[in-house]
Write a protein that binds this ligand. Structure first.
Ligand code: DER
Length: 220
């Protein structure tokens, strides 16, 4: 099966986690794009979505979904948040941000009850770090934060990209992240860092993994 076919299989499998009549949290990326396409089949069961990027908002609205701002959310909150990942380890910690939406993804995930990660088999790793760690920074702090990441042993590049928040992203390659929670807390404390693409303090609750042998479900 191609990677796209594996992604489509997990996108389809995620539909059963959508709670009819509840606000749905939607992440960003090519796997989520396929999930949004599948979601159209049950659009009447989804009163509204909260989106983590302009990219996902555009795709949702093109399919007739109502997308609301997080600040419009009432007490009902968000039940399920569906999103992809660049890497996920056995402890359900993730590297995210390959798609550049890490800040809003982390915000929506933080207010959602259940984070369902949809990923093809290539994303499951024993130790995070093969994928360069994205760090969103206030532009004026890019060089300062770059030096701090290099001091950790990373090879750092500034991504030719501006986020939905008007910020920059540094990609830190070559890290071997044995303690993702500690590194998330450390990098979060640096002035100028908006978001680090480590989702360890709030990892996934469910992983749907697309494999050659079908979709495997892992629950925290
Ligand atoms: O940027 C992100 O965190 C996205 O979830 C993205 O990295 C997922 O990648 P995909 O395009 O392989 O689904």
């Amino acid at each position: 099966l191609s990677q796209t076919e594996l992604k489509r299989e997990v996108a389809r499998a995620a539909i059963r986690y959508v709670e009819p009549g509840r606000i749905l949290g939607v992440g960003t990326g090519s796997t989520v794009d396929l999930f949004i396409d599948e979601l159209a089949a049950i659009r009447d069961q989804v009163p509204a979505c909260v989106s983590s990027s302009v990219r996902s908002t555009k795709r949702l609205e093109a399919l007739g979904f109502k997308v609301i701002d997080l600040n419009e959310l009432g007490d009902e909150g968000i039940g399920v948040y569906i999103d992809g990942a660049d890497e996920i380890d056995p402890g359900f910690s993730m590297i995210k941000g390959g798609g550049g939406a890490l800040t809003r993804e982390k915000i929506v995930a933080s207010v959602s009850k259940t984070f369902v990660c949809i990923a093809d088999a290539s994303k499951k790793v024993d130790v995070l770090g093969r994928f360069p760690l994205p760090v969103e920074v206030i532009p004026m702090a890019a060089a300062a934060v770059k030096r701090r990441l290099e001091a950790l042993g990373a090879t750092v590049t500034l991504r030719d990209f501006t986020t939905d928040n008007g910020c920059s992203i540094l990609d830190a390659a070559g890290l071997r992240i044995e303690d993702p929670k500690a590194l998330e807390d450390e990098i979060n404390s640096w002035p100028g860092v908006v978001t680090v693409g480590l989702f360890a303090n709030r990892g996934a609750d469910v992983l749907l993994l697309g494999t050659e042998a079908g979709v495997k479900t892992f629950e925290r």
